[in-house]
Design a protein around this ligand. Structure first.
Ligand code: BDR
Ligand code: CA
Length: 324
């Protein structure tokens, strides 16, 4: 039985890869894409989602719901310095391409109410939509089967500041709220050390994906280019793939080699440590509220992504730039 889930995303770079994983893996059933303010300008994120579905030749096949365009309290912070547009030079004619009228928060509430206890959510952007759904409908958290969150670092280094990972930094109040909201099952895919150890694709790996010669493999190379260059400048030996890893581990939990229970709490008030995730490992008298992934089979994850991107597709709308 395919795993039904909603992908909550700030679509740029690895978020695009995560959408493709959700659409292509036969064991995944992507019910909806919900969009949240994060990586790049909101309109660009929506375009990135459509560009991604076009690369699959599946425009319009999954509903896209637009959600919160600002964090709950603090102003939005962009990661355009990391991602550029989030899809490189890719462009197409967007005439007639549309999204749902229903707000993402209402879609999250409705879809989980239609199938209580059956729908999982993979949240790969700031947690604004998820927290807002929990505030609007206090029954929402208990209806979600499994919430997989990409965010935080496991008592390790951040990326946007020394203390904080981007998704938790952008909306620390939402992240704090989500860990206190009473979700039945939360899994965290952290930035450090997990992503940096097991989900970095260096130039050799990216070239091997590109050499497969499919539209999707060329798409992969183009959307990861800006991040690859940024990462190398800051000492990371490749592009980073925590968002697609989050989807992959929901669909294939056996990719996880090690995970442990933690009490996760997010700092929202301190300017110095805004968005810091304190992950307490069971010796401080705090009840666990999440399972944190500590190690995955990185070789298998890379092989899985490479195989999916070998799939042949024929986009109905030609890309007008970026795929030459
Ligand atoms: C996270 O921030 C974003 O830039 C990525 O898409 C990922 O979700 C990593 O810190
Ligand atoms: Ca993301």
């Amino acid at each position: 039985m395919p795993v039904p889930f909603i992908l909550d995303t700030d679509t740029a770079q690895d978020d695009c890869i995560a959408i493709i994983v959700g659409m292509l893996d036969p064991e995944a059933e992507l019910r909806a894409i919900t969009m949240v303010a994060g990586n790049v300008g909101f309109e660009q994120q929506v375009k990135n989602a459509h560009l991604t579905l076009n690369a699959l030749d599946r425009l319009g096949e999954v509903p896209i719901h637009l959600g919160c365009t600002q964090p709950m309290i603090v102003p939005w912070v962009s990661a355009e310095n990391v991602h550029g547009t989030g899809t490189g030079r890719l462009d197409m004619d967007f005439t007639g391409v549309s999204h749902e009228q229903e707000h993402a928060v209402d879609a999250l509430i409705r879809i989980t109410a239609e199938d209580p206890g059956e729908i999982s959510i993979v949240a790969i952007g700031p947690l604004t939509n998820i927290a807002t759904a929990a505030v609007k409908d206090p029954g929402f958290p208990k209806r979600v089967k499994h919430l997989v969150i990409m965010g935080g670092s496991n008592n390790g280094r951040g990326n946007i500041t020394a203390a904080a990972e981007f998704n938790f930094y952008v909306d620390p109040h939402a992240a704090k709220k989500v860990f206190e909201a009473g979700f039945e099952q939360i899994t965290v895919i952290p930035w450090a050390p997990l992503t940096l150890n097991d989900a970095v694709f260096g130039r050799d790996r990216i070239a091997a994906i590109g050499e497969q010669g499919t539209v999707l493999s060329k798409f992969f190379v183009e959307v990861t280019r800006a991040t690859l260059e940024f990462d190398e400048r800051v000492g990371i030996p490749g592009s980073t793939h925590p968002d697609s890893l989050a989807v992959a581990t929901l669909i294939h939990p056996d990719l996880v080699v090690k995970a442990s229970d933690y009490h996760v709490a997010v700092e929202s008030e301190s300017p110095l440590t805004r968005g810091y995730a304190a992950m307490s490992w069971g010796v401080h008298g705090l009840e666990p509220n999440a399972r944190v992934v500590e190690k995955v089979d990185g070789e298998r994850f890379y092989a899985y992504i490479k195989a999916l991107f070998a799939t042949e597709t024929r986009p109905t709308r030609p890309f007008t730039a970026g795929l030459e």
